[in-house]
Design a protein around this ligand. Structure first.
Ligand code: ACO
Length: 157
């Protein structure tokens, strides 16, 4: 797939559950890494309902043209009023390592610039690829939150 210069970020609605489910079905390596079962469609519908109740939470489907390429879940004004925190960036495993994750992060940073001072990324589990990915984007390891959470941070200037 040719990497587009720009991706579209579409806020998810309940109707997006099947598309998100598809993404998880196509991400077996990540599911194995976090040591869980692939979420069912019903799990995702319930998760979207939970997300909807938190107005600071931004759950977005990521499109390249007509095609869903990933999912992004972040929260503004968290953990403090001037910061935002990414809890999950998931790119469809079939199209990873083509520059799409990098593009998402660059677009999100531009979107938040002037509104938030810092962007955090919280890496769950023993996810070395993700750690390297954030560090190469200029994120600095700030702290570990318990045995399985690592926080990375970049100042948005
Ligand atoms: N062709 C080949 N490689 C390229 C291209 C290209 N056209 N363009 C860029 N690259 C390089 C990038 O430069 C990058 O290398 P670098 O990090 O040394 O600079 C490397 O490919 C990987 O970058 P991307 O391709 O942009 O990354 P990807 O699209 O694979 O997304 C991500 C990274 C999100 C970690 C993805 O692998 C993924 O979804 N993994 C599973 C879920 C996961 O672990 N998510 C992160 C959890 S932590 C969190 O979300 C806060």
């Amino acid at each position: 797939m040719k990497t587009a210069a720009r991706l579209d970020f579409m806020p998810v609605t309940a109707q997006a559950a099947p598309a998100i489910h598809e993404l998880y079905l196509h991400s077996p390596t990540y599911i194995a890494l976090i040591g869980g079962d692939t979420p069912t469609l019903n799990d995702i519908e319930r998760e979207l309902e939970t997300l909807r109740q938190d107005t600071r939470r931004q759950a977005l489907l990521l499109f390249q043209g007509e095609e869903v390429i990933g999912f992004l879940d972040y929260k503004v004004a968290y953990p403090d009023l001037h910061s935002a925190t990414i809890s999950l960036l998931l790119i469809d495993e079939r199209i990873q390592n083509q520059g799409l994750g990098k593009l998402v992060v660059e677009q999100l940073e531009s979107l938040l610039l002037g509104r938030m001072e810092r962007l955090y990324a919280v890496v769950y589990g023993n996810n070395e690829k993700a750690r390297q990915f954030w560090m190469r984007r200029g994120y600095i390891h700030t702290r570990d939150g318990g045995p399985s959470l690592s926080w990375y941070m970049k100042a948005l200037t």
